[in-house]
Design a protein around this ligand. Structure first.
Ligand SMILES: [Zn+2]
Length: 295
């Protein structure tokens, strides 16, 4: 299975809660795992500005390209933004595009990055300068590789940017299962939203997910993008759903089984993960990738 990753994802964010080291740590963990022979690590190339323009507005892309984000833009983005970061995020968008193309060819692929679901067409938000999930779907549609797609967003935070981008598109089914009383405050409607109560924990979460997955697959997608955030974890600093690692592994199995059972290509992106100990996030997200390798 192709696994897309670049050491350039490890942008330096002093004092920020986003552990950009996790990408390297997960890649290292996979390389040392008993399943290493089943994985081919591939370094992506940057998405083009034209690719991004399939999703984002020209005004916003001009700002990103020229380093002209305003202090308000940067406050909404919640990153200590510097113009030099732009190539890393173009690369991350390219990683999801390449992984989506590989999934269409091979049946499945993973991206050790991406899942930047809070980016809207016209602005970045919540650590997400560009919406790689939407860019990957739009580039595959634009190349006529697919018409229909679905997003299964299991990050603890609602997939607001993705929901809004595809709001009026009947060909893309968006599903988000998240903590209701958490960021973002404004949650535009996905095709299917499940906003769980604080501390929902494994049984409640898995029951809700199990009930929702058939509805996602009924939308007859030709590609599914799984936004596999690790932040529903009980040790996460930004999440409050209190899932265990075993619960998260079962979550991954449910998603993989539902998509694979329907014979639909599956691409995984990592999205959030802010455990107090980064090794917990690495454990959870390595397991997600390894779940794909199981027959
Ligand atoms: Zn999140």
């Amino acid at each position: 299975m192709k696994v897309y990753y670049s050491p350039r994802y490890e942008v330096t964010l002093p004092g920020h809660i986003w552990p950009t080291s996790k990408y390297r740590l997960i890649a290292d963990r996979l390389a040392a795992s008993p399943r290493a022979a089943d994985i081919e690590i591939v370094e992506p190339i940057e998405a083009s500005w034209d690719d991004l323009a399939l999703v984002h507005t020209p005004e916003y892309l001009d700002k990103l390209r020229s380093g002209a984000l305003t202090p308000e833009d940067i406050a909404t983005l919640e990153l200590p933004w510097r113009a030099e970061f732009a190539p890393a995020f173009l690369l991350m968008a390219g990683g999801t595009c390449a992984a989506a193309a590989a999934a269409l060819h091979d049946g499945q692929a993973a991206h050790l990055g991406g899942g930047l679901h809070h980016a809207f067409a016209g602005h970045g938000e919540g650590f997400c300068p560009v919406n790689d999930v939407a860019v990957a779907i739009r580039t595959m549609q634009s190349a006529r590789r697919i018409r229909r797609a679905a997003v299964i967003d299991c990050d603890v935070h609602h997939g607001n940017g993705t929901a809004m981008i595809f709001e009026r598109d009947p060909d893309v089914f968006t599903f988000s299962i998240h903590q209701q009383h958490n960021y973002p405050l404004f949650k535009p409607r996905s095709d299917l939203d499940i906003g769980l109560e604080d501390g929902a924990a494994d049984a409640r979460y898995l029951e809700a997910l199990r009930g929702a997955l058939p509805r996602v697959m009924e939308s007859a997608p030709e590609l599914v993008v799984y936004v596999a955030g690790a932040d529903p974890f009980e040790g996460d600093q930004l999440g409050g759903l209190r899932l265990t690692k075993a619960g998260l592994a079962e979550r991954d199995r449910l998603v993989v089984d539902a998509v694979r059972g329907a014979g639909v290509p599956l691409v995984v992106t990592l999205a959030g993960g802010y455990a107090a100990d980064v090794q917990d996030t690495v454990d959870i997200q390595t397991t997600t990738v390894e779940t794909l390798l199981k027959a």
